[in-house]
Design a protein around this ligand. Structure first.
Ligand code: HEC
Length: 119
């Protein structure tokens, strides 16, 4: 009797559907974060001091940064650059301004996702 209501089967179907949805939506969400980060990067004019793929200020290239730094380190550079520079013993001038620490959380997450995508 295939039409009989089977709660176990319903539960299994629901779990499978949720799992499939998770697998499908996660990369899309990550891509959205990277896209958001690219917009914030341009809007905040990070390229005045940094270069990505040869575009911007070649004094501080960010190519490969996603392979070099962890998400936490990248976030520290953006929100607490003075501390990050001290930790990295960076004496480059002009130093990175601390003003980005007040950006909305979604903007910060986007910037970190974008930096992590640069491998
Ligand atoms: C006034 C110049 C300036 C601006 C604007 C600036 N930075 Fe920086 N940033 C620096 C300097 C200088 C360093 C230290 C680089 C070094 O020592 O190699 C740095 C370091 C970093 C690092 C770590 C790089 C590494 O090689 O370890 C990241 C990531 C970073 N900045 C991201 C950003 C982002 C994202 C923005 C825009 C929201 C931004 N920066 C804006 C000057 C700037």
């Amino acid at each position: 009797m295939p039409t009989t209501f089977n709660p176990k089967r319903l539960l299994l179907t629901t779990i499978l559907a949720l799992a499939a949805g998770f697998v499908v939506t996660t990369p899309a969400a990550a891509q959205d974060a990277v896209k958001k980060g690219q917009e914030v990067y341009a809007a905040q004019k990070c390229q005045v001091c940094h270069a990505i793929a040869g575009k911007g200020n070649k004094a501080n290239p960010l190519d490969g940064i996603g392979a070099k730094l962890s998400a936490d380190d990248i976030k520290q550079w953006i929100t607490h650059p003075t501390e990050a520079a001290a930790k990295a013993k960076s004496t480059k001038k002009p130093p990175m301004p601390a003003k980005y620490g007040s950006l909305p959380a979604a903007d910060l997450d986007g910037l970190v996702a974008y930096m992590l995508s640069l491998k």
